[in-house]
Design a protein around this ligand. Structure first.
Ligand SMILES: Cc1ncc(C[n+]2csc(CCOP(=O)(O)OP(=O)(O)O)c2C)c(N)n1
Length: 572
């Protein structure tokens, strides 16, 4: 075994290869099966090397489509999404997706072409300093200056993107590096002394948390996306059930806890449930797991968990204490940390009264909307989609009201089926993300819930659906407005609807038809159910234009600047 490995290494040491071929070799070594990208001058040698390879390449119709598709792929598979774009405009078209992946901790490896090293800094054709531009929005980035460095850099890039707190890593490859011949040596292992993410928790801190659990009367778990990245759903369920601790989710943490579980309070934050937000307000012990405590979750920090001892479990030490003062900081992976906690915490506090109080709040102040079976209510539409897919689908969204209604009404109960742009709030994300999600997980139905506004930001990717015949169902929640903007203008700007109403819309069904995609309009519950069922059964691309009531608002809501307990639109 050893001898053959040595022989391989010896052989590879003397092998001369172009930079582009080294890239292909490295991608194969990383087990990459699919790339999302768009060609251009600076990456021509890379695309030429790809031509000879079996790696699948999805040609999106815009680089933003490629990166959002890679994000959808990463979100449902847990593997790095891989993107290629050319220099200059190709690279800058990726910027929104890179920032989005950074804030939502999605593993991506992005290869950008660059002008030749001989002309860097001369404002050469299609030159943009993408390394400089993306410095603050990547977990790490590189510009390759020696062809021999490529295999090692690529190995590091995958390692950094996928380990610790995942994130996007960019590798900028000047054109002359892609064409240069170099001695290829397969890298052996990554050695980064300055980057050693802490996976195992400090057991003394775990013991402190176990002690706090043993005496807490009003504990609550806030489970974020870190739980999903770590695959710690079972451990969180055991922790909650063992100690009778209610659980709330962040927006991105949905799916990490069964939505029909009696201890589940729902999503917390700006459009969270009353029970979840009051739990975070009144609790005496808050256990945050893989969550960032961002402002959309906490509301005014002066009112957030003020009566609580805060324990924060996160793999990224920079998150702990960043927004919320933390009494018990635990750096570590959610799975290992909660496993250690389960071993350590043998006694529970008396939480019976607290659990009863919160379940009363849950049933007394549920999510609500005015029902009307003659029109199509957007909330009802999401319930119908849940019923028709039996809650099993992968659902992606854009940003706005439809995103919040999906989070509130779809009822996610399984991990890695919820794909949304949480931190950056990127309109145009949902549809291309659905393409990547379907490629990553072809077994499950994939539904892209989008707004009539957001869909028009990346609808060129209909061409990809057509070409690949990907059975993605696009559901446009068509309220003929930039709904979330309209809602804020209604509530906080005395109904001055400045640039948010869009009465003239394209005929979306005809638009889909132009791409050879079947579609339908739905204006009632009945039509929505029928057409959605038809779409699902067709196992083909489908666009459903849902004409929902246009003056609907997302409630409940924490008004900007208010505390988490000061919600509007709560109705018994
Ligand atoms: C790229 C981008 N531009 C602007 C915004 C600000 N914004 C947030 S929600 C929203 C309205 C979205 O409208 P639509 O896509 O129709 O969805 P709806 O809210 O109606 O469901 C806007 C403009 C954004 N989030 N992203």
């Amino acid at each position: 075994m050893k001898a053959s490995w040595v022989a391989d290494e010896e052989k590879s040491k003397v092998q001369m290869m172009s930079g582009a071929d080294m890239l292909m070799e490295a991608l194969e070594k990383e087990g990459v099966e699919v790339l999302f990208g768009y060609p251009g001058g600076a990456v021509l040698p890379i695309y030429d090397a790809l031509y000879k390879k079996k790696i699948r390449h999805i040609l999106t119709r815009h680089e933003q489509g490629a990166i959002h598709a890679a994000q959808g792929f990463a979100r449902v598979t847990g593997k790095a999404g891989v993107v290629i774009a050319t220099s200059g405009p190709g690279a800058t078209n990726l910027v929104t997706g890179i920032a989005d992946a950074m804030i939502d901790s999605l593993p991506l490896v992005i290869f950008t072409g660059q002008v030749a090293t001989t002309v860097i800094g001369t404002d050469a054709f299609q030159e943009a300093d993408i390394v400089g531009v993306t410095m603050p929005i990547t977990k790490h980035n590189y510009q390759v200056r020696r062809v021999e460095d490529l295999p090692g850099i690529i190995q590091e890039a995958f390692h950094i993107a996928q380990s610790g707190r995942p994130g996007p890593v960019l590798v900028d490859i000047p054109k002359d590096i892609s064409t240069a011949l170099g001695a290829y040596a397969a890298p052996k292992h990554v050695s980064l002394p300055g980057y050693q993410p802490t996976v195992m928790p400090n057991l003394l801190q775990v013991k402190r948390l176990a002690d706090a659990i043993a005496t807490a009367k009003k504990p609550v778990i806030l489970a974020g996306a870190g739980v999903l990245f770590a695959g710690a759903e079972k451990e969180i369920l055991s922790l909650a059930e063992q100690h009778r601790i209610p659980v709330a989710n962040t927006l991105l943490g949905l799916g990490s806890f069964p939505s029909d579980h009696p201890l589940f309070l729902g999503m917390a934050g700006m459009h969270g449930t009353y029970a979840a937000n009051i739990a975070l307000y009144e609790c005496d012990l808050l256990i945050g797991i893989g969550a960032r405590f961002d402002d959309r979750l906490t509301g005014d920090l002066n009112h957030f968990a003020q009566k609580a001892a805060v324990a924060h479990i996160d793999i990224d030490p920079a998150e702990i204490g960043k927004n919320v003062e933390t009494l018990i900081p635990i750096v570590g992976c959610a799975k290992h940390t909660v496993s250690a906690l389960l071993r350590e915490s043998t006694s529970s506090g008396d939480t019976a009264e607290w659990v009863y109080h919160l379940s009363e709040l849950k049933s007394s102040y549920p999510l609500w909307y005015k029902k009307d079976d003659k029109t199509l209510k957007p909330q009802r539409l999401l319930e119908i989609i849940h019923e028709e897919t039996k809650g099993e689908a992968i659902v992606t969204t854009d940003v706005g009201q439809h995103q919040m209604w999906t989070a509130q009404y779809y009822g996610f109960s399984k991990p890695n089926r919820w794909v949304t742009s949480g931190g950056l709030g990127t309109m145009g994300f949902g549809f291309p993300a659905a393409i990547g999600a379907k490629i990553g997980n072809p077994e499950l139905p994939v539904v892209a819930v989008t707004g009539d506004g957001g869909f028009q930001m990346t609808l060129q990717e209909l061409s990809v659906l057509q070409e690949l015949k990907l059975p993605v169902i696009i559901v446009i929640v068509n309220n003929q407005s930039l709904g979330m903007v309209r809602q804020w203008q209604e509530i906080f700007y005395e109904e001055r609807y400045s640039q948010s109403l869009i009465p003239v819309q394209p005929d979306f069904v005809k638009l889909a038809a132009a791409y050879g995609i079947d579609g339908a309009v739905a204006g009632t519950e009945e039509e929505a159910r029928q057409e959605f069922a038809r779409a699902l059964a067709s196992n083909s691309p489908f666009l459903l234009d849902c004409r929902v009531t246009s003056d609907e608002n997302v409630y409940p809501m924490i008004a900007p600047g208010k505390g988490i307990h000061q919600m509007i639109g709560v109705k018994p």
